[in-house]
Design a protein around this ligand. Structure first.
Ligand SMILES: [Zn+2]
Length: 319
């Protein structure tokens, strides 16, 4: 467990936290005027270690995990429903007044507190949470629903689809990609815009409890380890396209009972007490800037293929 302390006075600025994988979509906006959830689970923090990461937006915690701090700007010029952090750090250390973080909670922005790397110090206060192995993670098959009860997509799901799509497109490398039944609803509409001249590559959903089929596919959409961020290991020759573990479980193990056509009416005395399962009211949409950010983090993509993807981004991302 770690605590972030103030570089100026040494006061603790956070609750004890465990490190988890950095969500690549952390700094990206979602939709227009959308009320957003808290990005980080309580008791966790994440660090974007990419050297290209924007320094002020590299260490993120849940706002509720900030302790001994004060918000100095309650409303900022230009923000809509909350604070967008455009004026830089807006959270101070209650002990010494040093600016230590930026709180963000405006609409369409993930609610988060971004610690100032130069103003805080990481202090270990206890043993780190052991890293779960895949066998442990395979025991839980409960998925994260993709939709809320109104039929609106979870913003995390659409963000995750965007990142996984970048991996699928990178692995396509100029070929068409076919997806198995479990991936079809999420990805087929986007992949239809890939060039169709070469033999197709085959992408399947695979991971703990859902082994790779024989013959091996070209691409596997696999779960991402929630603590380390590492994809579930695949054998050589198979490209891994990682997906959040909770959503991966939902695709892998959640079976919706097919709706049967109803004939007549319910018999007298029988009342329907289960609400119908939510149904999406629009197709999944991906975020253009997040897609290219994710693509830029994937090593080894041929420049010519990157150029093709950029030129054809409209058809690919907005089918
Ligand atoms: Zn201080």
């Amino acid at each position: 467990m770690d605590v972030f302390t103030c570089e100026g006075c040494g006061a603790a600025l956070t609750a004890p936290l465990s490190r988890v994988a950095f969500p690549l979509y952390a700094g990206f906006s979602y939709g227009n005027g959308h009320p957003m959830p808290v990005l980080m689970e309580a008791g966790t923090y994440a660090v974007d270690e990419d050297p290209a990461a924007w320094q002020a937006h590299s260490i993120v915690i849940a706002p509720g995990d900030a302790h001994g701090t004060a918000l100095v700007q309650r409303r900022e010029y230009g923000a809509c429903c909350g604070i967008d952090g455009r004026n830089g750090p807006n959270v101070t250390c209650a002990g010494c007044g040093r600016k230590v973080a930026t709180r963000v909670d405006d609409c369409s922005l993930w609610q988060a507190t971004w610690l100032e790397p130069a103003a805080v110090r990481l202090v270990a206060v206890g043993p780190a949470r052991p890293v779960a192995d895949w066998a442990e993670l395979a025991e839980d098959r409960c998925g994260t629903p993709l939709l809320d009860l109104t039929g609106a997509w979870d913003p995390r799901w659409e963000s995750e689809v965007t990142v996984t799509l970048a991996h699928l497109v990178a692995a396509a490398d100029g070929s068409p990609v076919t997806v198995d039944r479990l991936l079809a609803d999420a990805f087929r509409q986007f992949l239809a815009a890939l060039p169709q001249t070469r033999p197709a590559k085959r992408a399947v959903l695979a991971g703990p409890g859902l082994p790779l089929p024989e013959p091996l596919p070209d691409i596997a959409v696999v779960p991402r380890h929630p603590q380390t961020g590492e994809p579930w290991p695949v054998p050589p020759g198979v490209a891994a396209a990682p997906l959040d573990l909770g959503f991966w479980r939902q695709l892998a193990f959640h079976r919706e009972h097919p709706a049967r056509p109803a004939i007549g009416r319910l018999p007298p005395g029988v009342e329907r007490d289960d609400p119908l399962p939510p149904h999406p009211w629009r197709p999944v949409m991906v975020c253009h800037s997040l897609f290219f950010h994710a693509l830029s983090r994937i090593p080894g993509i041929r420049p010519a293929w990157q150029d093709h993807v950029r030129t054809n981004a409209a058809a690919l991302l907005h089918p």
